[in-house]
Design a protein around this ligand. Sequence first.
Ligand code: SF4
Length: 338
Amino acid sequence: MLNAMVDADKRARIAGIGEKVLGGGEVSREDAEFIINIEEGGEIFDLMYWSDRVRRANKGDEIHLCSIVNIKGGGCPEDCKFCAQTAVYGAESQRHGLVDTGVVEAAVHEAEQNGVNALGLVAAWKSLEEGRNLDEVCRHLSAISDSGRVRADGSFGMIGNRRVAQRLWESGCRCYNHNLETSRRFFPRVCTTHSYDDRISTVRHIKEAGIRACCGGIIGMGETRWDRIEMAFELRGLEVDSVPLNILNPIAGTPFEHLAPMKPMEALKTIACFRLILPWPEIIIAGGRSVNLRELQPLVFMAGASALLVGNYLTTPNEPLDYDLRMIEGLGLRVRGM
Ligand code: SF4
């Protein structure tokens, strides 16, 4: 009897938070700490009822799809402990210099054929400076943008000044990805070669240039639940446009290779918390979803996700595109057009 009353109290509190967000209110830190610490499967489904309603209210029944292509691979001097492309540890990844136009054209063609409306060019290096690399990147972005076939997005590491961001904008870059990765507190356990503030200032330069900021992180790296909601609040403060959420897929040869996979319901609950804390941005489920969520992948939309990264990731394979398209259609959702 007492248990039933406790459950009813918790469910009423979850409903109160959901109603508040639907009514235009904001999740407080106290609310966020309550929902991220929900333990029971039944209560997580209660939470997902509300995250689903918030997604539908703000994003409708359309799902955004984006894909990525590595235009410069491996050999990065940074020491991000989750990443196969760093040169600091022993992980294997394909190393290559900047690709030629044919590789980008093939990626545009593939994205267009598959109904994917945004293609992100990605380069594994510390930062994008003025000079040859910026010229090459801008040449590729302009070619994509001029074709009008897919949106030209980019992820080229840190940006140290407004002029670089402005050049990207002028070349047609309409969305730039640079993740915070985790909370400020946990970040030094993930990377020591640059700071959290470096990452934040890159996002600010991007936004000042008028480029959409795609900024999220990775869960399952040994951070606490508190760290996860702290990252969500940082992202809310930055007013980012899209939030890619990766779930760590431990890669052999990286310092995180022995971390256990996240429990699927814990990952879904975290996505639901992000949707309630961040009602408006696109929430994109990116790397690690098949490994961690397994057969629960369709529930990401109920948890509040409004977008998927499709096609292969930079260093690991993804579900075949057909699988994702069938999943979206089977749920009565639609792929969003350009
Ligand atoms: S900066 Fe990017 S490419 Fe380089 S190690 Fe970190 S995550 Fe990997």
